[in-house]
Design a protein around this ligand. Sequence first.
Ligand SMILES: C[S@@+](CC[C@H](N)C(=O)[O-])C[C@H]1O[C@@H](n2cnc3c(N)ncnc32)[C@H](O)[C@@H]1O
Length: 371
Amino acid sequence: MQFFITCTPGVESVLRKEIERIGGTNLVVSDRGILCSGPENLMAELNVWIRTGNRVYLVLAEKRTRTFDELFDTVLSLDWRKYIPKDAPIIVDAVSVKSELESIPAIQKTIKKAIVTKITGDRDSLLREDGKIPGIHIFALIRENTALILLDTSGEPLHKRGYRTEALEAPIKETLAAALVMLSGWRYREPFLDPFCGSGTIAIEAAMIARNIAPGLSRSFAGENFPWYNSDYFKQAKENARAKIMTERKYTITGSDTDPEAVRIAKDNAKRAGVSDTVSFSEKDFKAYVSEYISGALVSNPPYGIRLQDYDLDLLYKDISTVFTKNTSLFGGIITSYDFGKYTRPNLWKNRKLYNGNELCYFYSKKFEAK
Ligand SMILES: C[S@@+](CC[C@H](N)C(=O)[O-])C[C@H]1O[C@@H](n2cnc3c(N)ncnc32)[C@H](O)[C@@H]1O
């Protein structure tokens, strides 16, 4: 089987490592996701284990496609009676990049028509769609006149792990939070701190990574309901994942925030994620860290004034810079759209372009500075 795992631009390198570790082969990295191959059970393994990707799609076809007739024929050639259960709603999404087929509504209409034609044998039929049955989500990604026809196997996007039932304003997605932890170079033994923790996402993802808790352990996936797919693969993937959770080792993972409500929510989220014994949260103003000695990794998503206002941002970022400069063994970084680059020395810091939701940001990260 071949899979396409979508991701937010900027996290391809960590997603690639994840897919390789899970067992995907023949990887092809592109700017919207990564193609890989593997046996049937890989669908379940990818869904259960991927921390940084958005969705796992099964590749149904990959074909040069310049006209609507070619698109229709490509879709018509697939075995839709197998993939679409009786009366299941069919949802078609499409993206077109640098291709002759540009109109998204026309692409969606053509694909749906080809599916209906294949199932009913009649181009002008309509299919009954029962809203109570889980929908089947098809995604067409057309890039430079090559169409990938994809079947969504995740259902809810992978950032929905199930633990963050509460959040305050501007929470970072769990998938991006996990990517930042992986990009920071943290290796679990050193202390880990998020001093602007909000609902706790970054510290909770760090705790899940350290304890090897699979992010998809407590949720369901669209693929579990596919009649043609052996759902035991999902059961097995989750069972094996449960057996791989580390329970012995101790970690120092903390989050802090000035907002007591954020601290309460972070604690509750940690409980739901099964890591309340691994991560601790407390109320603390970042200013307090300026006069303390800290070491290990600091990974954070400080306020940057677009969605959160009323802070003296310049002073706040100056303090962040001071904390990193003073504590030479402190490494990690911050994701922000604030121009933190003015405080970073190019020989010690890297910046990586990333999107936090739709906002263009940078992850400014500092390497461990050996004395
Ligand atoms: C962008 S949000 C962080 C969101 C978080 N990553 C999440 O997933 O929910 C920034 C957080 O910084 C906190 N904050 C603002 N000023 C602070 C300060 N001086 N010290 C500590 N926390 C502060 C806010 O209360 C807010 O929760």
